[in-house]
Design a protein around this ligand. Structure first.
Ligand code: SF4
Length: 373
């Protein structure tokens, strides 16, 4: 099938299939202008020119992780230098220091000392002191691990976490939903079906989630197509996914680079292509395509806004600056600079409500209304 016909189909509000997404992935460079334009038309149809973000504080409650994923530079073994597990008081201290944030992102790992009681206690303690903060985070792999260790069902665990204060679940740890690759990356991590089961349980329990794809490592296009299809089918079943985040693989300090199949990405074009394909493939099924600026830096992140991305996700905003959490606060951007950069890219940066994902009203400024389709 001619890829241009697939783009035409997408523009006329019909969903494209995983096979068609695969054909777009395999299309040559000459398709790129049309691909980006189609993605951009769909983005503006759903979100006008608004680009949203949420003031957030990322807190790693532990970095001890038994999964030891080959693509992750974050994990430490228990007892290793730099390994930690925070107490609820230490987490509260970080929140108090964070300033005027609306959301807390809790991320951890598969740590045998993290029990269900630890997690529910942590969530309750935060909510007691900060009832209006949106608590986002954990991930299917953390939930599956805790459920297994406490010999409980994942639905039961998810319900307890929700009752303790979790407002939405991170769709991290999807990585690539292909068990051959998952086994290669991390022997102890949950398999594709388990990831889907936790997501389904979360949606059943009334917890919205994001969903993710880690791309640009040793996966192939067929595996990406299958991954996207699994997520679309889940969304058709439950409707609980509020945003999709394609995560470009960052090879620094990871074991994947030793794999003979790994080839470093050349330039930003493959990332833009993937963002555009995700926008076109998910269309009305998942309307928010999120991008993490800490993976790409601002210049390339701004380019994704013309290729299908509409959400900058959680930004660590301390006072008037946005900080990259992984850079120990060294990489910062003033909020005013962010707004003018986004404006130069032809968009409007708007803070959003973490619960509804809708832009917050801005006093005295006319808000662009997204077109409803
Ligand atoms: S499960 Fe998460 S924290 Fe643990 S090694 Fe894998 S990516 Fe890193």
């Amino acid at each position: 099938m001619d890829p241009k016909v697939i783009l035409e189909t997408a523009l006329h509000r019909e969903e494209i299939s995983a096979i068609e997404a695969l054909l777009l992935m395999q299309a040559g460079d000459s398709l790129r202008p049309d691909l980006f334009e189609t993605a951009d038309v769909l983005t503006q149809r759903f979100h006008a020119r608004n680009v949203t973000y949420v003031r957030s504080k990322l807190i790693h409650y532990t970095n001890i992780c038994r999964a030891e994923c080959a693509f992750c530079p974050f994990w430490r073994k228990k007892g290793q230098r730099g390994a930690f597990l925070l107490s609820a008081d230490e987490v509260l201290r970080q929140i108090r220091d964070a300033g005027a944030v609306r959301q807390i992102d809790l991320q951890g790992g598969l740590n045998p000392d993290v029990t269900l009681d630890y997690l529910t206690g942590l969530l309750r303690t935060i909510k007691e002191e900060h009832p209006n903060l949106h608590l986002h985070g954990l991930s299917p792999s953390e939930i599956y691990y805790v459920a297994k260790r406490s010999r409980a069902g994942v639905f039961e665990v998810v319900k307890k976490l929700r009752a303790a204060g979790l407002d939405s679940l991170s769709g991290d740890s999807a990585d690539i939903l292909n068990d051959k690759l998952r086994k290669k990356f991390a022997t102890e991590k949950l398999r594709s079906g388990d990831w889907v089961d936790v997501m389904r349980a979360a949606h059943r329990a009334g917890l919205p989630t994001t969903a993710t794809l880690l791309f640009g490592h040793i996966e192939d296009e067929i595996q990406i197509g299958e991954h996207l299809d699994i997520i679309k089918n889940l969304q058709r079943e439950t409707g609980g996914i509020v945003a999709f985040e394609p995560i470009p693989f960052v090879p620094a300090n990871t074991a994947v680079v030793k794999d003979r199949k790994f080839k470093p990405r050349e330039g930003i074009e493959p990332v833009l292509k993937m963002v555009a394909i995700c926008r076109i493939f998910f269309a009305r099924t998942i309307r928010h395509i999120q991008i993490d600026w800490t993976k790409l830096g601002w210049p390339d992140t701004l380019r994704t806004l013309g290729a299908g991305a509409n959400d900058l996700g959680p930004l660590s905003v301390d006072a008037a600056e946005i900080r990259a959490p992984e850079s120990n606060g060294k990489l910062t951007t003033p909020v005013t600079t962010l707004k003018s950069m986004v404006q130069k890219a032809g968009r409007i940066a708007v803070e959003r409500d973490p619960f509804s994902r809708r832009p917050l009203p801005r006093l005295g400024v006319r808000q662009e209304e997204p077109a409803l389709v």
